[in-house]
Ligand binder design. Structure first.
Ligand code: ADP
Ligand code: ASP
Ligand code: MG
Length: 402
């Protein structure tokens, strides 16, 4: 007998038919003699709709109340799925995050799981119940409901698998696995049989939303193998695990992130300390800076450009404008019409020419590169947002079709 954690995303539980389908998958696993813990997300676009509802009432509402509101989405799904399983005649119980033992930090809307104390889950499994847990939510030390950030249900599932030493953690979604690019964008994207934690972590962080990056981080930390697969099509999915050096692919995928903004400060004095001061101001407001580009000084002045998450653009703009004025910089330019396109592959560490090939693909498509950033296993470029989809296809074709 094994302990299996199965997570189903929003599309997989979007309506009654899909919920019944999930109930069939879960009870089939249970009928084979396994203990089954199921984690579900809110149905379809429920989370977006709840956020919009909140904004309609009060766009400046406290994060505590926002969490109280959006966590309701998952409460609906767990009850509906439990009802569907009851109908099939199986013992089942649904649990909210706090009932399932999710203790988190108190950073509302972006809380981190501190620990899962699965006593209640164990008790229910001992009673031979199928346990359905609300993803995306937990309880802070002040006994307030928290949520884990968008896409957080993946992390809920991995946290249960880790705390209960599960034998398998399956992430069911609306595509058949992890592909070499978003299969909705690139029609000839290829499904990967397996991908390493490190590559998956990069892809997830760089915009491939199929897995939440924190879930991959946690899976790597606790060595939990993940299987990403479709809830609608019965087919082998993608395994995310530790992979030996020999098996590594040159490039495992292309990712797009259009939720970023670029800020340029033009005419910064070309003297020590200015980069330090601006970036420490941004850090003090928890604004993550990604790609940074600084020009060579000219006539005692230089330009500094960098990218940040789009949802922090307003905060950053205010800060940077004040700073630019104080130091007498010429101007600041902010743009949200940009996108970051990245290639990820553990093999590029030991192969020259990978970045060149990416740049060639962009040149062939006549797409201009604004910024470049690299690490051992990734190359990212910043380009005009209107070129983003074309760039993904051009780069994907260059690496996977030639
Ligand atoms: P869920 O609701 O099940 O959590 P998500 O919408 O969060 O599902 O993630 C699945 C989506 O991720 C897919 O529909 C697909 O469009 C997108 N996606 C982006 N990049 C990739 C990729 N490399 N492989 C597979 N899916 C990807
Ligand atoms: N329902 C939450 C969201 O839409 C969590 C999740 O789907 O993983 O972000
Ligand atoms: Mg998701």
């Amino acid at each position: 007998m094994s302990l299996i954690v199965q997570k189903f995303g929003g599309t997989s539980v979007a309506n009654a038919e899909r919920i019944n389908n999930v109930a069939n998958i879960v009870t089939e696993t249970y009928s084979k003699g396994n203990d089954v813990v199921v984690v579900v997300s809110a149905q379809g676009d429920t989370t977006d709709e709840l956020i919009a509802k909140g904004n309609e009432i009060n766009p400046n509402a406290s994060k505590r109340e926002r969490d109280m509101l959006v966590s309701a989405g998952e409460q609906i799904s767990i009850a509906l799925l439990a009802m569907a399983i009851e109908k099939l005649g199986f013992p089942v119980v649904s649990l909210l995050g706090w009932q399932a033992g999710f203790q988190t930090s108190s950073a509302h809307t972006t809380a981190r799981i501190k620990r899962v104390i699965p006593n209640r889950i164990r008790k229910e499994l001992d009673k031979k119940c199928i346990v359905i847990v609300a993803g995306f939510q937990g309880l802070s030390r002040y006994d307030d409901i928290t949520t884990l950030g968008r896409g957080g249900s993946d992390t809920s599932a991995v946290a249960i698998a880790a705390s209960m030493h599960a034998d398998l953690c399956q992430i069911y979604t609306d595509v058949e696995g992890v592909y070499t690019a978003d299969p909705r964008l690139v029609k000839n994207a290829k499904k990967l049989k397996a991908i390493s934690y490190d590559e998956m972590l990069e892809l997830a962080t760089l915009g491939a939303q199929v897995l939440n990056n924190r879930s991959v981080e946690m899976a790597k930390k606790y060595n939990i193998e993940l299987e990403v697969l479709s809830s609608m099509v019965k087919a082998p999915g993608t395994i995310v695990k530790e992979i030996g050096k020999m098996e590594k692919m040159l490039i495992s995928g292309v990712a797009k992130d259009a939720d970023i903004a670029r800020i340029s400060i033009v005419g910064v004095p070309d003297q020590p300390g200015f980069a330090f001061k601006i970036f420490s101001k941004l850090a003090s407001k928890n604004i993550n800076v990604d790609i940074i580009l600084q020009s060579i000084g000219h006539n005692g002045k230089k330009d500094i450009s960098f990218t940040i998450p789009k949802d922090r653009a307003e905060d950053a703009e205010k800060l940077v404008n004040e700073y630019a004025e104080a130091i007498g910089a010429k101007e600041t330019i902010i743009s949200t019409e940009v996108a970051k396109i990245s290639i990820v592959g553990a093999g590029m560490e030991s192969h020259a020419g990978v970045a060149t090939k990416m740049f060639e693909a962009l040149y062939d498509a006549q797409i201009n590169i604004q910024m470049i950033a690299t690490s051992e296993i990734k190359v990212s470029v910043l380009i005009d947002k209107k070129d983003a989809d074309r760039a993904v296809t051009a780069i994907h074709d260059k690496f996977f079709e030639q």
